[in-house]
Design a protein around this ligand. Sequence first.
Ligand code: ZN
Length: 222
Amino acid sequence: MAATARVALLTAVLAAAAAFPVTTAPAQAAACNGYVGLTFDDGPSGNTTRLLDALRQNGLRATMFNQGQHAAANPSLVRAQVSAGMWVGNHSYTHPHLTRLSQAQIDSEISRTQQAVGGAGGGTPKLFRPPYGETNATVKSIAARHGLTEIIWHVDSQDWNGASTDAIVQAAARLTNGQIILLHDWPANTLAAIPRIAQTLTARGLCAGMISPQTGRAVAPG
Ligand SMILES: [Zn+2]
């Protein structure tokens, strides 16, 4: 191609680009009229990498309530959670029914998880979710002793109970400003629901936020 032809082509391309600017703004740049807390329990696992990819591709950040035993077995996945912009919480070490345990056992479940997550590079969790959402004053006070705020949920997606992808998306659509939804690291239907959860939130002006240890509600990241 002659130099003049190349210049003419380049000029045409630039003119076209100016006439049709490519919009590359991510979903996160949309106006946020409120924030919701997406939480994924029981990881990290063999599914975590796919989950993190889906969340990132859809501009979502979430809180990952890790089991300590899984964090200890998969430290690189804990680091991957942090690298993907997620917040890491404590979900006990072995996922027992904490309210049936002694104070020493409860303390061990919580403190070993703090160590496992921290040792993996996940920082020191500030949020704690008791397995099955089962808690009492003893569990709560032991968590508080470790600097943890207990977080349950406002909406249960039922993904742990075989909910369909449609049902999981519909559950997320019920979230209002500040609320938190229970999801899990492992269900295939949850992974499949991620793009549609992102669309649903965006359509309603809601963004995925962090959970405030002070208020226990979803707020702007930062
Ligand atoms: Zn769990």
